[in-house]
Design a protein around this ligand. Structure first.
Ligand code: SF4
Length: 480
């Protein structure tokens, strides 16, 4: 539930950095396939959208601010003809959110044009910017994605081929990345050594081509069959020679972002062999065991709170009810807020059903609490609709630490749970009781086929070291 409707305002939720999509399919309308894939992945970023196509000779690109269907029309797609396409939707976490930062990022390696699209965040690009300057490279924007693209450029000149360039880049840059890269004749996809952000590989029917996408729902949208995930540290190349794979760098300890299961991913996506919907439903069951309450009805905050609310209802025996209706046509927009609009707050996006709520003690299931403002407004709204008790149950543990891997919580002082004790958070939000799933409970609910997760925003245990210079800016106890 992204809850900022207004330009320049951060939403009161952890927000995903981006989505990437890539397709190699000679003879197909690759730009249109990419457009469909990006529409399926729109939830991962709504600030800008872009597609770059390799036509055998060069790279063609169209990108702009806005949602996928605002950026692409028939005319734009008609100009993007080729065999290879990559696409991107953006939510800015590093480098601002203007047109210049929209992706794919296009650059040249001598006379070969490349396009690159990135999901994630590189932890510290300051030394790499200095290294690039030393190599005579001038950067034109502020994004870490440009740093990655230009590093690959320098390293490709050194090694004589792009795969060598990507391999060297992997040694030099640290953090979270799932990247797709197009040259005029080939598609590349690669992932950081810990596999922090997701990237799945699929195949079009009848051997018509290969597809990569941030989530499997992007593969489904174009009729591609899921084959496997791109592995941590792996480089996949697809060209006229077929699909080739190599381990670009040794994988580190696996650290897949556990928050993908809680909130970021679409419920119909499969992450690491686990359907997100089922994981969310299990989270609700675990939470019902850990934090029971006497109540008349369970309701979920749409969309990500609904599957766990069903799980909570199953486990507790309290009936589930639809008590909040979501307006599906309000996304992140560029509207300048008026005072009147601010007062309307979340009512623009969520509206309660008083006939379901009036006179009842309700348990509300939501995915997370970051700054606390939205939860406060939500509780007020439910009381106004006639709820006699509001018990808030959250299917993530308390968010105590900032994320440096592609999510927009930069500093600990933005996080209510890092600043106030539990009972004061409850009082601030105005609910009758408040409980969070335990970290062990969340891990129990995510029954994936591996045990390597990043849970740093709950535990403070970062899988990729955070330089002290960044810690000083971000952590409360050493920020003075
Ligand atoms: S810190 Fe939290 S949001 Fe960021 S990658 Fe780790 S689990 Fe995901």
């Amino acid at each position: 539930m992204a809850t900022s409707l207004f330009a320049g305002e951060r939403p009161d939720r952890l927000e995903e950095a981006c989505a990437v999509f890539g397709v190699y399919a000679p003879g197909e309308d690759v730009a249109r396939l990419t457009c469909f894939g990006l529409q399926a992945l729109q939830h991962r970023g709504q600030e800008s959208a872009g597609i770059a196509v390799g036509d055998g000779e060069t790279i063609l690109i169209h990108k702009d601010l806005g949602l996928v269907d605002q950026v692409f029309d028939e005319e734009a797609l008609a100009h993007l003809k080729g065999d290879i396409a990559i696409g991107h939707t953006r939510y800015s976490t590093a480098g601002g959110g203007g047109w210049k930062e929209a992706q794919p990022h296009v650059s040249a390696i001598d006379d070969e044009i490349i396009a690159l699209a990135h999901n994630g965040t590189l932890v510290d690009t300051v030394p790499q910017r200095a290294w690039l300057a030393n190599e005579g490279v001038q950067l034109y924007g502020h994004t870490d994605s440009e740093v990655a693209a230009r590093t690959i450029g320098v390293d490709t000149r050194r090694t004589g081929h792009i795969r060598g360039g990507i391999r060297l880049m992997m040694q030099q840059l640290h953090g979270a990345y799932a990247i797709v890269l197009a040259t005029p004749t080939a598609l590349y996809a690669f992932r950081d050594a810990h596999g922090i952000r997701p990237l799945s590989l699929g195949k079009l029917p009848d051997d018509r081509g290969w597809v990569v996408a941030s989530e499997t729902c992007g593969l489904d949208a174009v009729g591609a069959q899921f084959v496997r995930d791109v592995e941590p540290g792996e480089i996949v190349k697809v060209s006229a020679a077929g699909l080739e794979s190599e381990q670009g760098m040794q994988p580190g300890k696996r650290a897949f972002c556990i928050f993908e299961y809680v909130y970021f991913a679409r419920p119909d996506s499969v992450l690491d062999g686990e359907v997100v919907y089922h994981a969310r439903r299990r989270m609700g069951r675990v939470l019902a065991r850990e934090a029971p309450v006497e109540a008349d009805m369970v309701l979920g905050v749409p969309d990500s709170g609904v599957p766990p609310a069903l799980g909570y209802a199953e486990e507790s025996g309290i009936p589930y009810g639809d008590g909040i209706v979501k307006n599906r046509y309000v996304g992140r927009t560029f509207i300048q807020p008026t005072q009147e609009m601010r007062q309307m707050g979340i009512r623009i996006k969520l509206n309660p059903l008083p006939s379901m709520i009036r006179g009842k003690r309700i348990v509300v299931i939501d995915d997370s609490i970051v700054r606390g403002n939205t939860s406060k407004k939500l509780v007020e709204m439910l009381r106004d609709a006639g709820a006699v008790e509001v018990h808030l149950r959250i299917v993530s543990p308390e968010v105590m630490w900032p994320c440096f891997y592609g999510i927009d919580t930069d500093t600990q002082d933005q996080l209510i749970s890092a600043n106030l004790p539990h009972d004061e958070v409850c009082r601030y939000i105005g609910c009758d009781s408040l409980a969070f799933i335990s970290l062990e409970g969340l891990h129990e609910a995510v029954e994936s086929d591996h045990d390597g997760y990043c849970d740093a925003c709950f535990s403070g245990e970062y899988p990729v070291a955070i330089p002290e210079r960044l810690q000083r800016k971000a952590f409360l106890e050493i920020s003075a």
